[in-house]
Design a protein. Structure first.
Length: 433
């Protein structure tokens, strides 16, 4: 018997044990958690600490204690623009305070000084096969930059643990300044006939990204909003937790963020926005390219559910209301693309899906989340390469996770090391062995 054949035999024999533990003994307590929580990905277990953001079931994400509407209203905005400086949001997540106009302008200039990407990073990306996934390129570029780590240099000299936050902050700021440049380069290299656009000397974080993408305003305002909305989501999601976990080993910001981006690339984490868009476009194709009626949309939703699939972009593990990130994007669309057919369909889904999910009865939260809108807006502005959407998500998510690991280092949080148990132990605790 080959190794693979033997392994299959073992797997087939083991699966019923796990199924039985979950189904019949999931509520049995082992230590401080239940068997269901131990097997089920620690969902809901309160064992991480962050002050950067908190996900309230009824108010949505709070950045440093402030709701999304409060955050967007209080952060300074570039002259003549609707959406705040991303740099101001970085300031807020790092410090907990809203910046002044002077604070933001100073940070904008600081990012400009830090954003030059070494040539060897472009050489690394160009050495990859042309069909390499953009998230692979994004993560590899971050990892390649690790040779620039200030933290590593200071650690090797023998830095006090009380001062370790300083080089971690410097690495995080250097990374944040470079990420929009790297992301836009990947996009233009892969999808626009290898025509990268150099950074503009006078533009801020969001405005410069739009410029380097080659997309006119108000796409700049969209990306300011996009990066802020996607910046953080507590510490328990895969990208945030992975970044924290790797950093807890005293790995630098480059190793840690690259690992977090690898988690973000997973279909269960960062790909939902493109799944929503693909699902809506499948509907359009079935209807010959026309906007569906309410009745046609209801049928399509029920067909999706009855086939054993979920309606993408709806439901959330924590939220019990419409995601405020969805609302913010919807307000942008109502102003800038009210007649777009995809947006009109998204709006109709907002009316149709919640009653259907309530009737269906299996969704704890029948309301839309941020992913119900994100891909549709990008499509409208010409970014139609699905695989690139997660890269933009990653640029935004880096803001929160890098703030988190800077504070982890400042507070001296130890290496993360939960205790494991065996299936035999679980069966003994359940009284079935």
């Amino acid at each position: 018997m080959s190794l693979k054949e033997k392994l299959k035999e073992k797997i087939d024999a083991h699966r019923p044990r796990t199924t039985r533990l979950l189904k019949e003994h999931g509520d049995k307590v082992i230590g401080e958690v239940t068997i269901k929580q131990a097997i089920g990905g620690m969902r809901g277990v309160k064992n991480l600490v962050t002050d950067i953001s908190y996900l309230d079931p009824f108010e949505g994400i709070r950045f440093r204690g402030h709701t999304i509407p409060e955050t967007l209203a209080a952060l300074p905005k570039p002259p003549g623009k609707e959406m705040p400086y991303v740099e101001g949001h970085v300031y807020l997540l790092m410090t907990g305070d809203f910046p002044s106009e002077e604070d933001v302008k100073s940070l904008v200039e600081e990012f400009k000084k830090r954003r030059e990407v070494p040539k060897y990073v472009w050489d690394v990306l160009r050495a990859m096969p042309e069909d390499t996934h953009p998230m692979t390129m994004f993560s590899a570029a971050i990892l390649a930059l690790q040779r620039e780590s200030i933290f590593v240099k200071e650690y090797n000299k023998g830095i006090s643990k009380f001062d370790m936050w300083d080089p971690m902050f410097e690495d995080s700021m250097n990374l944040l300044a470079k990420l929009p440049v790297i992301a836009a380069y990947i996009y233009r290299y892969k999808y626009k006939n290898d025509t990268p656009i150099d950074p503009h000397p006078d533009l801020d974080f969001g405005g410069n990204f739009a410029y380097m993408m080659g997309i006119d305003p108000p796409y700049d305002d969209l990306m300011r909003l996009y990066f802020i909305l996607h910046s953080d989501h507590e510490s328990g999601n895969v990208s945030a937790h992975t970044t924290h976990l790797v950093a807890s080993a005293l790995s630098d910001a480059y190793y840690s963020l690259s690992a977090g981006m690898n988690g973000l690339a997973g279909p269960l984490h960062g790909l939902a926005n493109q799944e929503v868009l693909r699902w809506i476009q499948d509907l359009f194709q079935q209807l010959g390219g026309k906007v569906p009626t309410k009745e046609e949309l209801e049928k399509f939703c029920w067909d999706t559910l009855n086939s054993g699939q979920v309606i993408p972009g709806y439901g959330h593990a924590v939220l019990r209301k419409t995601d405020p990130r969805y609302v913010s994007q919807r307000e942008f669309c109502l102003k800038h693309l009210p007649d777009d057919e995809l947006f009109q369909t998204v709006s109709l889904l907002y009316e149709v899906v919640p009653p259907i999910l309530k009737e269906h009865g299996k969704a704890k939260n029948p309301w839309p989340n941020v992913d119900a809108h994100s891909g549709v807006i990008q499509w409208f502005y010409g970014v139609r390469e699905y695989d690139f959407y997660t890269v933009m998500f990653g640029v935004g998510r880096a803001i929160g996770v890098l703030a988190n690991i800077t504070w982890d280092r400042a507070l001296g949080y130890p290496i993360e090391r939960p205790k494991s148990v065996t299936t035999d132990m679980l069966e003994e605790a359940a009284g079935i062995k």
